[in-house]
Every structure is written in structure tokens, then in C-alpha cells.
Design a protein around this ligand. Structure first.
Ligand SMILES: [Fe+2]
Length: 258
């Protein structure tokens, strides 16, 4: 079925991604699409208690916890394969802090990899990414569960690199949980610096997606609401790039870029 022919949250998101370059799927819509009830969401969010320190962010003065893994995702068949663990390499010329630097992060836990909510998130992102490049049959999905922490008297910076691109096709941020945090405003920008979409993801399951080929993004620092306690912001950042294109599109040559 042509998903753009009917008005559903997925069709709206696909159309918005393709035309505006960014879209916010509200929490209620995402929860429904993920079929994640309270118990499933609580189990999913609990994986963020199992993250490991990011020593690269610590060098920039940011306390960030994370893990990392990658998958091959074929939306047409629903096939999802967990790929071997490798260092994370930022694509060239997209992030000046880490250009050409291999970063070694702890792998995803087996429980996280097997979580049906993660699998549903990836399936949803595959459907959305198809609006940006219909020639792709299999996507490479890089999965980054993050926790940014702000000390009681300080700030935590989710994007120490500032406004940037990830060098991918689709970039997404799924809010998992916030605790005692103010700030953390997510903004997607046009190449000329114009704000295309700016939102504070404050409801668990709110999902921000953008076309990374034509936009930049950044997140403002978080600070504690109650200055006597630490704050944190848990998100799942997932990026998609083409892994395999259809035989027909390969025969026709490379797709037009944007
Ligand atoms: Fe990014």
C-alpha cells in the first residue's frame, strides 16, 4: 500500500520528512505505533540503567553514558540482523570533534538487542526512511542509547559538537526519560541556519526525525530543575544509511542527491 495515500501518523511523518526535512511524532502516536504499553516501556527504559561512561564526551567536559551497536534492517520483509560490533567512525566532514577518529563504545546488551520495543522502533524508522530514499532495500541502522547527566551545580551538553550533521540519511531522537532536567531543546536547522523545527522532547516516546542530508541538528544543554540534585536525559539516537539498494536502482545508476 502507498503509505502516503492515507493520513496516518506514519504517512504524515513521511510526507513531512520528504518536504520539510524534519518531523516530530508525538509521544502518544509513537507509543501506539510501537505497541508499547506501560510495562513494555518501563522495561525498555530500564536499559538506560545499564549504560557505560563515554570517555570521549568526558574529554569535552560532558558526563555522558552510552552503548552502541548496528543492525541491518529490511523494511519490506521485516528482517532485522544485529551486525558485528565495531568501533564507531563518524563520517568525514560531519563532526569536527571526531573527524576520522575511531571511538570505542561498549556494545549493546543482549537484553536490549532482543527488546521488542527496540525492534519496533527500528521497523518504524525503516518505514520513515523509505520516504527519503525509496531505492534502499536494506538500511544500516546505528543505535546509540545515551544518557546525558548534569551535576547538581552544572550543565550537561547533549551535543558538545554544537550544530552538526551525522553524515547519514535519517537521524532520529526518541526521548526515553528525563529526570529533574530543564533545557535539552532539540533544533533542526536548514543549511543557512534557519530553524526548521525546534522542540523540547519532554514526554517519553516523543520522536524527532530529520533528513540529515539537507539539515543540521543540535540540542541545548540540560540543567537540574532542583539544583540540589543531578539531572539526566535519556534518549535513543538512531541513524540510518543505505546498505543495499534495489537491483533496478543499481542498474539505473546512483540516485540524485539532495
Ligand atoms: Fe548528531
Amino acid at each position: 500500500m502507498d503509505e502516503t495515500a492515507v493520513t496516518t501518523p506514519v504517512a504524515t511523518a513521511r510526507a513531512s520528512l520528504a518536504t520539510a526535512g524534519a518531523h516530530l511524532l508525538p509521544a502518544a502516536a509513537t507509543r501506539s505505533l510501537l505497541a508499547a504499553d506501560e510495562a513494555a516501556w518501563a522495561r525498555f527504559a530500564a536499559h538506560w540503567e545499564e549504560l557505560s561512561p563515554d570517555r570521549y564526551a568526558a574529554e569535552q567536559g560532558t558526563c555522558r553514558l552510552r552503548r552502541y551497536g548496528q543492525f541491518a534492517l529490511t523494511p519490506a520483509t521485516g528482517q532485522l540482523s544485529h551486525l558485528p560490533h565495531l568501533p564507531f567512525v563518524q563520517p568525514d566532514r560531519t563532526n569536527p570533534l571526531y573527524d576520522g577518529v575511531d571511538r570505542h563504545f561498549e556494545p549493546l546488551t543482549d537484553a536490549f538487542t532482543a527488546d521488542p520495543v527496540l525492534r519496533a522502533v527500528l521497523a518504524l524508522l525503516g518505514r520513515l526512511a523509505g520516504a527519503l530514499d525509496p531505492t534502499v532495500t536494506t538500511w544500516n541502522a546505528k543505535v546509540h542509547p545515551f544518557r546525558v547527566v548534569a551535576a547538581a551545580d552544572g550543565a550537561g551538553n547533549p551535543t558538545p559538537e554544537g550544530k552538526h550533521q551525522d553524515g547519514v540519511t535519517l537521524v532520529s531522537s526518541l526521548l526515553v526519560h528525563r529526570s529533574n532536567a530543564t533545557g535539552g531543546r532539540s533544533t533542526v536547522y536548514a543549511p543557512d541556519g534557519r530553524e526548521l523545527l525546534s522542540v523540547t522532547l519532554d514526554e517519553p516516546a516523543a520522536l524527532l526525525v530529520s533528513d540529515d542530508r539537507s539539515t543540521l541538528h543540535g540540542v541545548s544543554p540540560i540543567r537540574p530543575l532542583d539544583p540540589a540534585r543531578t539531572a539526566h536525559r535519556d534518549v535513543l539516537v538512531t541513524t540510518l544509511i543505505p546498505q543495499i539498494r534495489s537491483a533496478r536502482s543499481r542498474a539505473a545508476g546512483p540516485p540524485a542527491g539532495r
